[in-house]
Design a protein around this ligand. Structure first.
Ligand code: FAQ
Length: 322
């Protein structure tokens, strides 16, 4: 390493230590750049793939009010994808490259979106549990070390918080309804609980990236710490609406001041991550179709931008171009 590189590295490390944000034009180690492209793009992919299971219910929402709220939520997820793809692009990768990685299976997206939404209660469970888990993970990211990622997360968290409440309100309404509606809510909780627990990723002992990401302050809390927060937050919410979390080992531990909980089926988690979940193929096929069908829109926008640029160049005063 040359003296210049040593100085740059020292300057970078000092910024991390002092909680000064790293910005796109600042020098950064190549591994920091690559790790951020990996995580931010996987996060962006999760947002837009996450639109699919919910989009499935837009036309079947039980009332106009529910339809409007769900439509707004699905549109929000598209917006989150856009901020995050833009943040990833500041690290020197193009949007097309990112989509290619998603479509070819090179890039991951959250395992949770490979499960089907079979009843209306699933929309409640996704808002309550999936957005609930997402917020816990993402609040810490508002304080992450890379500036564009941290700033994107501030707005995303505000919107996720609305999503979580609309989901919980759906569950609450079902629980206050008929016996059949309450059963539907319990059935959705039974199916979504464990996949939601898996969203936080492998245990700290198995996590390949946590140690380095904590050092860079990309992550501020580990996978297991966040999972524990999720359990402690969600259990009283389930109690309040009379639902039972499907985990016989879940109980309050007085000594730890936290809940103990059962073992996650890690075999299922890795199968889903590797592409063998119930809906992996369907999700990727839907994304590829949307990308192909949107080609004319991208082409038209590019042609318009080029025309505008030509017009502007032609009308520029001579003094400016000379
Ligand atoms: N699914 O070493 P770690 C949302 C992979 S957004 C699939 O622990 P890391 C909003 C991981 O990539 C939900 N793969 O990795 C919404 C790595 O593989 P790689 C998404 C997973 O990065 C709501 C390997 O396992 N949120 O829900 C998963 O330090 C409703 C080893 O793992 C984010 O992306 C998983 N669950 O920690 C939208 C938040 N977990 O890359 C619509 C930002 C791990 O080496 C509707 N991301 N893997 O090939 C993060 O905080 C982190 O990336 C973690 C994983 C915590 C997800």
């Amino acid at each position: 390493m040359s003296q210049k590189e040593i100085n740059l590295l020292e300057d970078f490390e000092q910024k991390i230590k002092d909680d000064v944000k790293i910005e796109p034009k600042n020098w950064m180690p190549e591994k920091y750049r690559k790790t951020h492209i990996r995580q931010i793009s996987q996060h962006a992919h999760s947002e837009i793939v996450g639109m699919l299971p919910e989009g499935n219910w837009v036309s079947r929402a039980p009332t106009l009010r529910r339809k409007v709220a769900l439509l707004a939520k699905v549109q929000d997820e598209a917006g989150h994808g856009l901020y995050l793809y833009s943040a990833a692009e500041t690290l020197g990768i193009t949007r097309d490259e990112l989509f290619e990685q998603l479509h070819s299976g090179k890039a991951k997206y959250s395992s949770i979106f490979n499960y089907p939404t079979v009843t209306w209660a699933d929309i409640g469970a996704i808002g309550w549990l999936v957005d609930g888990a997402a917020i816990i993970n993402q609040v810490m990211l508002t304080n992450t070390s890379y500036g564009p990622y941290a700033r994107a997360m501030v707005r995303i968290c505000k919107e996720e918080s609305f999503h979580q409440r609309q989901g919980y309100e759906i569950m609450m309404t079902l629980c206050n309804g008929t016996e059949e509606q309450k059963e539907m809510a319990q059935d959705a909780l039974n199916r979504w609980w464990w996949p939601s627990m898996m969203m936080f990723g492998p245990t700290d002992a198995e996590s390949t990236h946590t140690a380095q990401s904590m050092e860079w302050k990309l992550k501020r809390k580990t996978n297991d710490e966040l999972r524990q927060m999720f359990v402690d937050q969600t259990k009283p919410q389930a109690d309040l609406i009379g639902l039972t979390i499907p985990d016989k080992d879940l109980k309050w531990n007085e000594e730890r001041g936290k809940h103990d909980f059962g073992e996650i089926d890690w075999e299922e988690f890795w199968q889903v991550v590797k592409g063998h979940g119930p809906c992996n193929k369907e999700r990727i096929a839907a994304r590829v179709k949307a990308y192909d069908e949107g080609k004319w829109v991208r082409d038209a926008a590019m042609a318009y931008a080029e025309k505008q640029a030509q017009k502007e160049a032609a009308t520029q005063p001579i003094s400016k171009t000379a």
